[in-house]
Design a binder for this molecule. Structure first.
Ligand SMILES: NC(=O)c1ccc[n+]([C@@H]2O[C@H](COP(=O)([O-])OP(=O)(O)OC[C@H]3O[C@@H](n4cnc5c(N)ncnc54)[C@H](O)[C@@H]3O)[C@@H](O)[C@H]2O)c1
Ligand SMILES: [Zn+2]
Length: 361
């Protein structure tokens, strides 16, 4: 078992990474996380819960937890206050109190909404993350951003609320649809560009192994990604400054997602296009070599991701200025200097955006 520590002033926690791990969650919870047997509510969706619900339930029962499961239909559409409210009902029904535990079993949708419910039920009860998509394992389960969506915007109702532990079973990725795996890999490429040249080179060398679900390769990239996210979150838990580097590729990515109403592009696909444009902007500003762009392009092509949003540059630019990241009317971009290093820049003008977005990638 590998352990990545998220060291925070209060409420630090461990990310445990292993294979064939779900059956040992009860044991690790008791022995390592020191959670005493209590009422536990597993929140999941029909896909993740259908495959992994029983093994997690059994493991908790064996360690004397009093377990209930509540399961919803999968999908981003469920990440609402309405669904959260049905979870509060389940918390009451199951008589959860501040000494109880919520277990989030599933992808980022389940993790975000379960964390939100845990953060708000009785002003906060303990919760743990059991992420089962690559995106959730490398990104959403770590760092404590919890939220639901609002008709006015994605993740608009939320808070920072850290889990007590994160349990990553690499084997859960074996049932994940290929497109979901690929969408998660876009975030792994992101980590390589922002912080870790070796991780990026590993992706360049071993992408076929990763796509064929070689466990050691998956373990390598999940651990490296969690380590980077942990380092960044430790330095800036509530996104005052540094944590913004995690938004590399996300500025234009979000604009693409929002303009297409979150229906045409998976998050990772939109981020991939966003990273390529951010690199073109950096080249335009003389901040990095063409090579930085070309290497990302090659990886993203190998993933078979689309490079074309099909959107008008003017619409993307308009949306960027509406986005919450436009501080005082200035856009804030995360731009690569080299593979492994990015800077936060407010030097990107509308004119540069026009020039870059009008050129095909
Ligand atoms: N909190 C954060 O810091 C953060 C960061 C990034 C993304 N997010 C959020 O994460 C969400 C996206 O997460 P996601 O990509 O995991 O999507 P998701 O939770 O919708 O999962 C994708 C699909 O995979 C299914 N699934 C999950 N695990 C499976 C498995 N092992 N085998 C087979 N099917 C499985 C799910 O049922 C779903 O249909 C978004 O809501 C996004 O806002 C949050
Ligand atoms: Zn992302």
């Amino acid at each position: 078992m590998k352990t990545v520590r998220v060291n925070l002033p209060v409420n630090g926690y461990n990310i445990f990474i292993d294979r064939d791990f779900l059956s040992r969650i009860g044991e690790i919870l008791s022995k390592e996380v020191k959670v005493k047997p209590c009422r536990a509510l597993i929140i999941t969706d029909r896909n993740a819960g259908g495959i992994f619900g029983d093994v997690v339930t059994d493991s908790l029962l064996r360690h004397n937890f009093d377990v209930r499961v509540v399961s919803i239909d999968p999908g981003e559409g469920q990440k609402t206050l309405k669904t959260a409210s049905t979870f509060y009902d389940a918390c009451f029904e199951h008589k959860l109190d501040r000494g109880s535990l919520i277990v989030a079993l599933g992808g980022g949708v389940i993790g975000d909404i379960s964390g939100f419910v845990a953060a708000t039920f009785m002003r906060g009860i303990p919760f743990v993350q059991v992420p089962t998509t690559l995106l959730a394992q490398v990104d959403s389960s770590v760092g404590g951003k919890v939220a639901v969506n609002h008709p006015k915007g994605k993740n608009m109702i939320g808070n920072f609320y850290q889990p007590k532990a994160v349990f990553i079973d690499i084997d859960t990725l074996s049932t994940l649809p290929k497109e979901e795996l690929i969408a998660g890999l876009a975030e792994v490429i992101k980590y390589g560009v922002i912080r870790d040249r070796e991780l990026f080179e590993y992706l360049e060398n071993f992408l076929p192994d990763i796509l064929h679900l070689a466990t050691s390769a998956l373990e390598r990239i999940v651990e490296a990604s969690c380590q980077i996210k942990a380092d960044i979150v430790e330095k800036d838990e509530t996104e005052k400054n540094l944590r913004a580097v995690l938004n590399y590729g996300h500025t234009i990515g979000h604009a693409i997602e929002s303009l297409t109403h979150y229906k045409e592009f998976r998050h990772g696909e939109a981020v991939a296009i966003g990273m390529l444009y951010a690199s073109q902007i950096a080249i335009e500003l003389g901040m990095c070599d063409n090579d930085v762009f070309e290497r990302q392009l090659l990886l993203i092509r190998q993933l078979g991701l689309s490079l074309h949003s099909g959107l008008r540059p003017e619409d993307i630019i308009r949306t960027l200025y509406l986005d919450k990241k436009a501080l005082d009317g200035r856009l804030r971009f995360i731009l690569p200097v080299s593979i492994g290093e990015v800077v936060i820049s407010d030097k990107v003008t509308e004119e540069i955006l026009h020039r870059v977005l009008h050129k095909p990638l």
